[in-house]
Design a protein around this ligand. Structure first.
Ligand code: UDX
Length: 473
């Protein structure tokens, strides 16, 4: 299957997907891969050995993809030793060591295997360069929020106007030179809100390389839909006319799969399904779901503030406490036991949940989230308003949009205090519930229409497949 001659490959387009090796992009890229399989394309999914092992251990991915004869996984080392944490603040190691392994691998596979189109994560600017060098088409997939991508695209202008790096410490100053966000974006909503020097900040440099590679790609895939991000998509298209808004991807996949009951978990960790049984015992919309995604960490003080705020609100909650959620140290069972003692009826803790199932459960009334892009899309689809505790990068822009543009949640931003949390939980679940619910219900309905036959995301996916077929000829 790996070695096709060029003529055969040109008749049947062969797409190579290369995700950033973390949970959220792996989720989105696997969903895209399965959609391509349904469209009868030949698909290779390039994963790191480390993540492939986790996927195989915790999901039915292996058997699920066996039903597609034109699909294959390929794996490479990420260049790190087994015991490396592969998370923030050591994420930089992962990015650098993977690049060192991936560059020669891509050069080799692209000259040998008849791949006709590469779809790398937007952060892999070097994959775009290699494709251009060896003459293979490339379409980037930016799995972060489009509102953040638009801010990235404005970086050169912001540097020129002197908006960044920031001068002074006032985080409430408006950044007025991002078109479409003139009255909206404060320094505290900026992806790198503590930025002091663009030239030395790794993530700022990566963002700059990412946007420079966009015009060198044939197109750009985004996990959003026109009715959510229409105005921003128009602005992004001024940089990349061939932008395909195909989201929400998980909903597009569910809609197109004939067997809609099939579990599509792509979890790198074991999902604790006791969370669903716990939810089954509770009334409709009475529980708030708390999760900070797969990478974000909190200080012990922040965890205690969230905990007491939630307990004091009187609302039941289900909290995903990853073993590496605590910034300073490993979680001890003792710490969790001390928290939960006396709250067993009101609170339930798991280390990883089947999130889509949790969010779709009728007992869930809201989501306290870090505003990761997948979590935001999943929450919109399942009609759950949000409280946002954004930690970094796109989360900071997304949470501003949740609170002020889409008006489907409350953006806490920066002040982690039990009284504020208690107030926000009551607002989300009781006092402001109807208003927020009405807005999120509307967006959810529009999301559903977008992935239905003839909808904007449905059509965008059809265009994408057709364009890939044309590239392959
Ligand atoms: C990272 C960045 O933090 C985020 O800013 C960016 O938008 C994407 O990359 P992550 O922290 O993993 O993302 O958050 P998110 O995008 O929300 O993705 C988490 C995924 O893990 C979701 O698809 C969610 O369904 C899943 N998840 C999360 C679980 O399956 N179980 C859990 O317990 C928690």
């Amino acid at each position: 299957m790996e070695h096709h001659n060029t003529i055969e490959a040109k008749m049947c387009p062969h797409v190579l997907l290369f995700p950033l090796p973390i949970q959220s992009p792996i989720n989105s890229m696997l969903q895209l891969a399965e959609l391509f399989c349904l469209a009868d394309l030949q698909v290779t999914f390039l994963n790191t050995n480390h993540n492939q092992q986790l996927l195989y251990r915790h999901t039915n991915v292996e058997s699920r993809f066996k039903q597609y004869p034109k699909f294959q996984f390929r794996t490479i080392s990420d260049g790190l030793p087994d015991d490396h944490p592969r998370s923030f603040p050591m994420f930089e190691d992962l990015i650098n060591s993977l690049q060192a392994v991936a560059e020669p691998f891509l050069r080799k596979i692209l000259t040998e295997s008849g791949v006709t189109c590469v779809i790398p994560d937007g952060l892999f600017y070097y994959a775009v360069d290699i494709c251009n060098e060896v003459g293979v088409s490339v379409i980037s997939f930016d799995t972060i929020s489009p509102c953040c991508l638009w801010v990235y695209l404005c970086f050169p202008k912001l540097i020129q106007t002197g908006d960044i790096p920031f001068k002074g410490n006032d985080l409430d100053v408006l950044i007025e030179n991002v078109p479409g966000m003139e009255d909206l974006l404060r320094r505290r909503d900026f992806p790198f809100y503590r930025l002091t020097n663009c030239a030395t900040d790794l993530y700022c440099q990566l963002a700059l390389k990412e946007i420079q590679s966009i015009p060198r790609s044939h197109g750009l895939i985004l996990n959003t839909f026109e009715d959510l991000d229409g105005p921003l998509l128009s602005l992004i298209r001024s940089h990349c006319p061939q932008t395909y808004a195909v989201g929400p991807l998980h909903l597009q996949l569910k809609t197109r799969l004939a067997d809609k009951t099939m579990s599509s978990s792509n979890s790198l960790w074991e999902e604790d399904h006791s969370s669903i049984q716990w939810l089954d015992a509770h009334p409709t919309e009475s529980v708030i779901y708390v999760s900070f995604g797969s990478l974000a960490t909190l200080t012990k003080k922040e965890i205690l503030e969230f905990w007491h705020g939630l307990v004091n609100s009187g609302i039941r909650f289900l909290w995903v406490m990853r073993s590496d959620l605590l910034r300073e140290e490993e979680f001890s069972h003792q710490f969790v036991k001390e928290l939960t003692d006396g709250c067993e009826e009101r609170a339930y803790i798991v280390s990883w949940a089947p999130q889509e199932k949790v969010l779709s459960h009728p007992a869930i009334g809201g989501f306290l989230t870090h505003s990761g892009w997948n979590s935001t899309m999943e929450s919109i689809v399942e009609r759950k308003p949000m409280i946002c505790w954004a930690v970094y990068v796109d989360q900071r822009v997304t949470s501003r949009f949740v609170g002020e543009v889409w008006k489907i949640g409350l953006d806490m931003k920066d002040i982690c205090d039990r009284y504020i949390i208690e107030k926000a939980v009551k607002e989300l679940m009781v006092t402001n519930k109807d208003k927020l619910k009405k807005s999120v219900d509307k967006l959810s309905m529009l999301a559903e229409i977008s992935v239905g036959e003839g909808g904007s995301s449905y059509n965008a996916f059809e265009y994408l497949v057709n364009d890939i077929k044309k590239l392959g000829r």
